[in-house]
Design a binder for this molecule. Structure first.
Ligand SMILES: [Zn+2]
Length: 336
């Protein structure tokens, strides 16, 4: 156990990167994108997990009769994932039992000197290092072409948060921790509520509520993996060569169980007549599930190879519910 704040942060962070290597998460993500599979890691370590509606608690780590973790089913997926990573940290660092409430979220945002509960500081640093390591942020930034200047914009920080499977707030604070953004930039980001970002992305479409996330998908997301929740929406923004007769076939979206709730052409300034336009399609998830979104850009009358193709693997089955975790279900299904 650490005896200083800096020591606790170091211990937690180093343990997280040890576990990444142990469960080979880094290699997997570099191959197919996505986020760190926290529940998959719990399963890989054979650590017993219970998902239950917990009253007043986000999660807990117990040691008797055997080590195990409890995670609430009553919170959105990013909070479940952060809590699970925190409890996994208690286990991996061989901590004492811990009952964890909202304090784990508040502690992350604290700007004053933290209390000297080094076990909790270690577990927090583990959770941040495991879910939001610098290499993962850099991977997504390289893939998306995001610079530090972009990350200082709420819309970009929000899209990064979705791809990390973390909350907007946790992501902004982590950008500060990794020194990717200065303190004041992080504070500025935190003034924006995710709801504002979602509403701006949806333009005129108004969902029943703003609890679901809104993914902005472009050709930069081709052949990656996105991991969301049942009530998520997505906005596809794709260059379309309609001057040459090529159109994105959005019927493929409908066939995969998505409702198209918006379809518009955006102006691209500076392009002559006949140049590509920007097609903007907004879709809602009708039948929660997993699969591949595949869209082809082709001439409707032409059976030839499409001009372009976007394929994105998705899992919109979050958040975790009572019973087996989604990672456990997936592994059982794959083994069947
Ligand atoms: Zn704890």
């Amino acid at each position: 156990m650490a005896t200083s704040y800096a020591g606790a942060v170091r211990n937690g962070t180093m343990a997280a990167s040890r576990l990444h290597r142990q469960v080979e998460q880094k290699a997997l993500i570099e191959l197919r994108g996505g986020n760190v599979d926290v529940f998959g890691a719990i399963h890989a370590l054979d650590l017993p997990l219970l998902l239950r509606p917990l009253d007043g608690l986000l999660g807990a780590f117990i040691r008797d009769p055997v080590p195990g973790v409890l995670i609430t089913t009553l919170r959105p997926m990013p909070i479940q994932r952060f809590t699970a990573a925190h409890e996994l940290g208690h286990y991996y660092l061989q901590h004492q039992p811990s009952l964890d409430d909202e304090t784990i979220l508040r502690r992350m945002a604290a700007t004053s000197a933290p209390a000297a509960d080094y076990q909790e500081i270690e577990a927090d640093a583990f959770a941040i290092g495991f879910m939001m390591p610098l290499w993962l942020i850099v991977w997504h930034c390289e893939r998306q072409g995001w610079t530090a200047e972009n990350l200082a914009k709420p819309g970009t920080a929000y899209q990064l948060a979705l791809r990390l499977g973390a909350s907007y707030k946790a992501t902004c604070l982590t950008l500060g921790r990794h020194n990717l953004l200065p303190f004041q930039r992080v504070q500025d980001l935190l003034k924006t509520e995710p709801k504002q970002v979602k509403s701006a992305l949806l333009v005129s479409y108004q969902p029943r509520d703003y609890r679901g996330d809104v993914w902005l998908l472009t050709e930069r997301d081709a052949n990656t993996r996105i991991d969301g929740s049942r009530n998520d929406l997505f906005v596809l923004r794709l260059a379309e060569h309609s001057g040459g007769g090529y159109l994105w076939n959005i019927d493929q979206l409908r066939a995969s169980g998505f409702a198209v709730v918006g379809d518009a052409i955006e102006d691209i300034d500076g392009e002559g007549v006949g140049g590509p336009v920007m097609r903007r399609v907004t879709a809602a998830n009708l039948e929660a599930g997993r699969g591949t979104i595949q869209l082809d850009e082709r001439r409707p009358w032409d059976p030839d190879e499409p001009l372009a193709r976007l394929a994105v693997d998705y899992d919109f089955t979050g958040p975790e519910e009572i019973g087996l975790s989604r990672a456990e279900r997936r592994i059982l299904l794959e083994a069947a």
